[in-house]
Design a protein around this ligand. Sequence first.
Ligand SMILES: [Zn+2]
Ligand SMILES: [Zn+2]
Length: 330
Amino acid sequence: MKAAIFDSATATPGNLLHIEEVPRPTLNPGHVVLRVIACGVCRTDLHIAERDLPPLKPRLIPGHQIVGEVVEGATPDLPLNTRVGVSWMGGTDGSCWFCTHAMENLCDHPTFTGYTVDGGYAQFALVRSDFCYPLPPDLDANHIAPLLCAGIIGFRSLRVADTHPGERVGLFGFGSSASLAITVLQSWGCEVYVVTRGESHRKAATALGALWVGDENARPPVPLDRAITFAPSGKVVLSAIASLRKGGVVAINAIHLDQMPAFDYDTLLWGERQIRSVANMTRQDARDFLAIAVQLNIRPRVTLFSLDDANKALLAVKNETEEGSAVIVP
Ligand SMILES: [Zn+2]
Ligand SMILES: [Zn+2]
């Protein structure tokens, strides 16, 4: 099969992935083999390929927003040709303290799709059967792919920030994840304030109904109840804290931050403001978000790339040149 490979020994900037013919994955117990129909590109893939996250495998197929159909390992629950989605959380041990306390997102021995195991930048992928989400047949694969991490973890961020209906919510950064979260926030009657540096992202936020949009130096005109940060930047987290009312929460939707600058506790955090990170997702987050996405008919804007253009897709995410989400169609 054809696949995009990240080789930590030979990857160079601009040529992070090599397109190669590799053996098709062979079936293991408890798994299914999927024919990949589409695979969304996430900023985490870029962090992996640029080694912001440490390489865990010398050669890796990235990609953790997979829409595929079952071609091997079918079960009564997942019959042949069932269309399923697979996300970042590709497995857990099911036995650690976190797994047994409804916090499987924090599992001590997690499997991450497209990081600890091969992912979906390929024609086929081997995935755990119990971490597949059957998908409604009427939604097209290219538009589902970005929902599978950007959408699910964006949704989890709203939960981690303890967002309530009608609240004032700030979105700091407006890429794939934020552009999906805004639709959920509107369905909850929230007022959405967007701070983002890219001109095209500001236009997209306005088009999607943000009440107020500003550039990275602007401050929302009202104190926010909740803020979600999407940029991999500690400075952005500080801007978000500075925009909160007392008792407000910042949720950081980023697996990697450049660094957290020192900040003044008395003026920024005092008053029971909170900063929380958002780590991974549970299967329940996935099921809940996918149900809401169907109900709200969320159809992300997508830009399609062939597998041969996987490097271009990563660059588009890095440079924020596309509105909406990059999707690889192998
Ligand atoms: Zn992701
Ligand atoms: Zn566990």
